[in-house]
Write a protein of this length. Sequence first.
Lengths: 419, 227
Amino acid sequence: MISLANAWAEVTEPCREAWAVRRRLLPVVLGICFGTLGLSVLLAFGDGFAAAMDQALQRAGDAMLRWSGGVTSRAHGGQPAGRALPLLPADLERVAAAREVVAASPDAQINGRVIADVDERSANPLISAVGADWAFIRGVDLETGGRFFSRTDEQERRRVAVIGATLARQLYGTADVVGRTLRVFDAPFQIVGVLSPRAQMMQYGGDDALKVLVPFATAQAIRGLRTCGYVLTRLRDPANSSVAVTALRALLAARNGFAPDDLAAVRVVDHAAQAGQIRGIVLGTRWFLAILGVLGLLVAALSVANMMFVLVEERVPEIGLRLALGATPAQIRRRQLLETVAVVLLGGGIGLLLAALLLAALGQLPLPADARNYLGTPALAPATAALIASLLGLAAAFAGRYPAARAAAVMPVEALRHD
Amino acid sequence: MTEPLLRLSGVTKVYAKDGAEVAALAGVDLDIDRGEYVALTGPSGSGKSTLMHLLGCLDRPTAGSYRLAGAEVATLSPDELAAQRRKIGFVFQSFHLLPGATAQANAALPLRYAGVPPHERQDRAAAMLARVGLGERLRHLPRELSGGQQQRVAIARALIAAPELLLADEPTGNLDSRSGTEILALLEELWREGRTLVVVTHDDRLAARARRVIRMLDGRIVADERR
Ligand SMILES: Nc1ncnc2c1ncn2[C@@H]1O[C@H](COP(=O)(O)OP(=O)(O)O)[C@@H](O)[C@H]1O
Ligand SMILES: [Mg+2]
């Protein structure tokens, strides 16, 4: 009870003393407040941007290699240079069976006319003939209510199609699309799914949102396709994509009789490596933002330390008197430290609160969908808030330590100078 | 024979002033026993305040030894030094009250550092202020009190933790002669209760009331008379 009352007095008395100098402390609180606000918003933008980029990269096939046929650049194994080597279903099978690959799909792109069953609306999209694993390899998802086509669809050469969201809106407006009939290759196809319209990087053959996807086997049956167009592979270990590229190239070289180091014979775009590079840039950007924010907070902490030094100097007579009356230097130090910590935590708390409000307000702003897709929705993640809180604690300790040490080092006689 | 309460040997205090060194104390040897009543006199600038600050553990000597209650003050840790200061009641010439605190809060301040719980501090401060004749002024701020009343608050503060040693540096210097006499009478009353009292004064009439009068000049003790 007694120690509780003492502890209470240890807290309330400094508060009253701090209140007495509130005009001096206000700019300090505001400095920390705006420092925290800036850091929070910067980090939140970094978080939102990174999350959005991560999503966009996943939908770009961040574990994907995209192969296409080429022309041999030199003679090899008795075959002349200049041999064209389109990728064939047999190549696809070899690649799909490789240890490095978890899934593979052809992607043959055909320009064609499609006609909707509403008002005879038509378009000339890119029609991609792909395998059932295409969505998995590319990393895209579908709008709710739809599905991608299945292996059974392929085996039975069903006339089913999945279309991009933008094309769906062009052809059908706001009406439901799944279940409708779309004429492709002059034959009726049933639409079974719509690709969800979210941001996507590393496009090939145009925006997926404008494409029509049909089963490769069905397209083969109707159009007599012989080549795969692209061969897409999803890697087991995207972090080591260059090793997989070498291994798969050797496989294709052996089957087609070209030199494994003849890079023109078969070409590859390494989505996995590009995604890794872009993620590296995003990470660098976040570090840059974080360092800017921390520097800002450091400036604020320095100004707190400075103001606290001024306050301690002003209080030297009072501190000397307290020491003369029996206060220990440790008590004086603790009290001074408490004041700084209170100032920093008050400013920081208000700053965090303002940041949360500001970010919530930003979330309500009618931004264009594309901007939101790439910038993400900045929000304070709990981990980021915890990071900021611990930075504030550090700043408080840093800003409080030296003024408190000065206060504790006062000689009582300094209180009596003007005797 | 036991050691006296205070023992100074060869104490000097040198200040650097405008590049030159001023010896405020130039070799002081002094013993004061428990229960003594000492008046310290001498012209302005002779080193009386400097000596009092050293006696009160408020400053450090440049050289020499100061033993307080058997302990060498220079070797005390900060916490031990604070504990020693709590056993000393210091009355300053210019009061040194906290301007924002009431008479009661000012008087109670040493109890806070002595670890006394808040409600008990308030009670004891009220009782002590009543004893110095300010029982009706508990809630007044220093600026609402006369000089004599402020000095009484300072005395109440000096006495509240029941110190063994009372040091008063010109406690009557800023007061008219009637308040001065009253204040001195109050200090003497406390001395009669068994405390050790050292008072600095210019006033020979007041000095004459002490049992021992020490005269200082240029940082040295030039006379030490007992009666
Ligand atoms: N803090 C200080 N800095 C420099 N000189 C000082 C300081 N305090 C006292 N002195 C000098 O020391 C001498 C003694 O001062 P003091 O002890 O206050 O004398 P008294 O109290 O007898 O008037 C004086 O010359 C004074 O100017
Ligand atoms: Mg003096």
